[in-house]
Design a protein around this ligand. Sequence first.
Ligand SMILES: [Zn+2]
Length: 234
Amino acid sequence: MFLVVSKKTLRLLFLFCVIILSSFFVCASTKVTSIRPANKYCVVLDAGHGGIDGGSVGESGIFERDLNLSVTQKIKGLLNTLNIDVVETRKTQDGLYGEFAHGFKQKDMKERKKIIDSSNADLVVSIHMNYFKDSSAHGAQVFYKPGCLKSKTLAGTTQNLFQKNLFKARKEPLKGDFFILTCSEKPGILVECGYLSNREEEALLISQEYQNKLAYQIFCGIVSFFDIKTIENI
Ligand SMILES: [Zn+2]
């Protein structure tokens, strides 16, 4: 008995086989390349501002609040590929103060501290965008927690990566007496990703491509902080 198979069915069968085979190879190659660190790490990612507190505003009308969130989400995605846990202080455009009322900023910061304190995090990374009245000011700047060597080391590594790979980044990390860094015992850095007051830098900061580049440098800094040796195998 002959089995009549049309050309269309044959084409579909062929396509099906190609999909099965290619997914096999993708899985096989993923197994080889996604090496996970032996230790379990956790990072608090803090997207600065939120809700009514938009932070700085660029010439284009973009709010710092929104860019901060976008960059932290990209860092989170990268950290998750290495099985590093992430606790976000905020996952949406909203602030952490509930109803808008007098003293909302203090309430917002208190909530952030609560999240940091209740986490098992080994590190806090806060993301912001800079602004200055002189529009020629430029470059990403990393701040570290005063008196904390671990923070200073991470800030140095990250600032170096910025200098090599980002738009006119600043040369040296700076000491930063920010509440988000000093409110807990955990080491931490605050990253001012660039100036929204600089037209050229603002355009870069808005682009997904530059945000990915930025997030990747911060991710690499964190990976070196934890001394994860498998970064080159990703
Ligand atoms: Zn800010």
